[in-house]
Design a binder for this molecule. Structure first.
Ligand code: 13P
Length: 262
């Protein structure tokens, strides 16, 4: 199946009104006409309104970095799915390893967040990934399967509407990327797990994240089950992000040719 590639930038806690404007105007100017891949940026919550305006009329979709598992009420500091929806968010990251690590988010929390996003018509980008200690202990498959299982269990027939992002924790912000083979191996495990849960598993994009950059994107994106990237540091530099988008668009074109969908 020729899944559309998706390149999503995760700005994390970076940006300012001025920097966002400069970055998005450079992205808009540099995006190829009719780029074959989908593009999104997941921005800090205070900038949703600004970025909604800055991407309007462009192919860049708006995303958020987290969502509450509650609908509303006495949850100081949290942002609901309906609020994200109000600002036109198409995507929201759930279960990023930085949320799991620094904010104690459990698999059940992540599953509940994915559920709230789906109910609001927002696509959750469900992040899974093992730590270095877990990889070295041979637990990679067990960990990512456990993390995804919680989301599958809570979301039943909607599961084909999610995006999955495999982000090995040891590759995030370290410059140490998983090899294309290492990543593909885990993506294939996740694809098989999805296939056991839904007949539509083939259409679920599985992104890779962890030190993806302009130099390594093409070979990662050439893997059969790597459907795009969740890009941190390199998404803050317009030229780097544009080069990753170009690599994804080229890989998309190649996949279309191979499967005869041209
Ligand atoms: P880096 O691309 O900076 O390694 O970050 C990856 C990430 O965590 C994206 O969500």
């Amino acid at each position: 199946m020729n899944r559309p590639k998706l390149i999503a930038g995760n700005w994390k806690m970076n940006g300012s009104l001025a920097a966002n404007e400069a970055l998005l105007s450079a992205l808009r100017a540099g995006l190829p006409q009719g780029a074959a891949c989908a593009v999104a940026v997941a921005v800090p919550a205070p900038y949703l309104a600004q970025v909604q305006t800055l991407v309007s009329g462009s192919p860049i979709a708006l995303g958020a970095q987290d969502v509450s598992q509650h609908d509303g009420g006495a949850y100081t500091g949290e942002v609901s799915a309906a609020m994200l929806r109000d600002f036109g968010a198409r995507y929201v990251l759930v279960g990023h390893s930085e949320r799991r690590q620094y904010h104690g988010e459990s698999d059940a929390d992540v599953a509940a967040k994915a559920q709230k996003a789906l109910a609001a018509g927002i696509t959750p980008i469900v992040c899974v990934g093992e730590t270095l200690a877990e990889r070295e202990a041979g637990e990679t498959e067990h960990v990512v399967r456990r993390q995804l299982a919680a989301v599958i269990h809570a979301n039943g027939h909607c599961i084909s509407e999610i995006v999955v992002a495999y982000e090995p924790v040891w590759a995030i912000g370290t410059g140490r990327t998983a090899t294309p083979e290492q990543a593909q191996q885990v993506h294939a495990v996740l694809r098989a797990q999805l296939a056991a849960a839904t007949t539509h598993a083939a259409r679920v994009p599985i992104l890779y994240g962890g030190s993806m950059n302009a130099a390594n994107a093409a070979e990662l994106l050439a893997q059969p089950d790597i459907d795009g990237g969740l890009v941190g540091g390199a998404s803050l530099k317009a030229q780097d992000f544009l080069q990753i988008i170009a690599a994804a668009s080229a890989a998309q074109g190649d996949a279309a040719t191979v499967s005869g969908v041209n």
